[in-house]
Ligand binder design. Structure first.
Ligand SMILES: [Zn+2]
Length: 423
């Protein structure tokens, strides 16, 4: 009987897969830059590579109506739904070779490792390449996992157009990836996603692994502060209704809201514009955006209420009406305790340093979490940089992440029973 706890991925083979597939969409004259837009030539090439690699180890390929590739390996219990290891192979137009790609190719490496060891899991396994995660060619991002989870309709997704007016449906047909499997019909026993952190925390704290407990919620607001435009030289300060003065105080209030729950609350003004924009005129109007983030709905509610109170207090104090308009929100996601526990146990058994953390960015796992027990594993990336041709990780990061993925999936698989082995 193979000692499952001692099983490790082939780190060299994983690194070779990452390097070999990086030729599909590599940006010339850059060290690691990638441009692999959804269903473009490079994406089609890497999809074919993935399918061939999965078929070579006996996996069967299902392609759904949105082109998502679900490569499946049978388990010993045909009654069970597959444990999936999913992420995405598309990139930003000036992206890197690890965002998303690591999760899919590490999934392949896990199955290759089990194949070599002759281990059959109880659950079937699936390696998934979700179509159009980045949203760089077709908006919105994570559209295929979104349809999978019921956030968007299939027709809505298929009708989305790229900049040239080509619909996702047309691009799928043209690429030969308009599959016939209904999106979302395949139930998943769990969804594990290994991903680069895309932030600086793990590197700064010199930690190997991030065990992701969920994704913080986001609320966006447009704010307009209205005062009165007036002459900079002739209007006494006491008689002014300066929109910028009022907005500046609101900006300080937003900063306080961001500091109200340290380590959890975040508040950002990303855009701040004064009108009419003249050196010797006090602004009569300021437009700004507010981005509030928190891991809990109650926290977001508190922050939104504080924003509203600050705005109305400043409006009456400064004589500047302030409108705060909510324009978009994304609820917080809590990943599955059982999946998080399996990832944590695997990380500890492997002896890797780790912390529990939230994801600041969206991922396919945000949507799969609605329909399947889901969890994510983060590995550090250099300087926290991603969506950038400078994005980088070390071979050791890839190895640690893939081994955690392997051991977490095995742990989750045997949580009810022991794993059978091919004779
Ligand atoms: Zn990604």
């Amino acid at each position: 009987m193979t000692d499952h706890a001692a099983l490790r991925v082939d780190a060299d083979r994983l690194w070779r897969s990452l390097n070999e597939t990086a030729r599909f969409g590599a940006i010339p004259d850059t060290a690691r830059g990638m441009c692999r837009l959804t269903l473009g030539e490079a994406d089609i090439a890497v999809r074919r590579w993935l399918i061939a690699a999965c078929e070579a180890i006996g996996m069967t390929i299902v392609i759904d109506q949105l082109g998502t590739i679900i490569a499946r390996r049978d388990g010993s219990d045909p009654a069970l739904a597959p444990i999936a290891m999913g992420s995405h192979l598309d990139t930003q137009p000036t992206g890197g070779r690890f965002d998303g790609i690591l999760g899919v190719l590490a999934g392949l490496e896990v199955v290759r490792t089990l194949h070599d060891a002759g281990i059959v899991t109880r659950h079937p396994l699936a390696v998934i390449d979700w179509t159009n995660e980045e949203g760089a060619r077709f908006a919105p991002a994570m559209v295929a996992s979104g349809v999978f989870a019921g956030e968007f309709s299939l027709d809505y997704a298929l009708a989305q157009r790229d900049r040239d007016g080509v619909t996702l449906g047309e691009a799928l047909a043209l690429a030969g990836f308009a599959g016939d499997a209904p999106v979302g019909a395949q139930a998943l026993a769990a969804h594990f996603e290994l991903h680069i952190e895309q932030g600086p925390v793990l590197e700064a704290e010199a930690l190997d692994i991030g065990v992701v407990s969920g994704v913080q919620g986001i609320r966006w607001f447009d704010v307009v502060v209205r005062g009165q435009t007036c002459h900079a030289g002739t209007t006494p300060m006491a008689l002014r209704r300066d929109a910028l003065h009022s907005a500046a105080r609101l900006a300080l209030a937003v900063d306080q809201i961001g500091r109200s729950d340290p380590g959890r609350s975040l508040a950002t003004i990303g855009l701040f514009q004064a009108y009419p924009g003249s050196r010797n005129t006090a602004p009569g109007e300021v437009r700004l955006t507010v981005d509030l983030r928190h891991p809990e709905v109650a926290g977001l509610d508190r922050m939104e209420a504080a924003l509203g109170e600050s705005a109305s207090a400043l409006a009456s104090e400064c004589g500047t009406p302030i409108t705060v308009t909510p324009i978009w929100s994304s609820p917080p996601v809590c990943f599955d305790p059982g999946v998080i526990a399996a990832i944590t146990r695997a990380t500890e058994r492997l002896g890797h340093s780790y912390r529990t953390m939230l994801s600041g960015a969206g991922h396919d796992s945000v949507y799969t979490a609605r329909v399947a027990p889901t969890g994510m594993i983060f590995v550090p990336c250099e300087a926290g940089i991603s969506h950038n041709i400078a994005e980088n990780i070390t071979p050791a990061d890839a190895e640690r992440g893939a081994n955690v993925l392997l051991q977490a999936v095995l742990d989750y698989d045997r949580s009810a029973d022991s794993v059978s082995k091919v004779a």
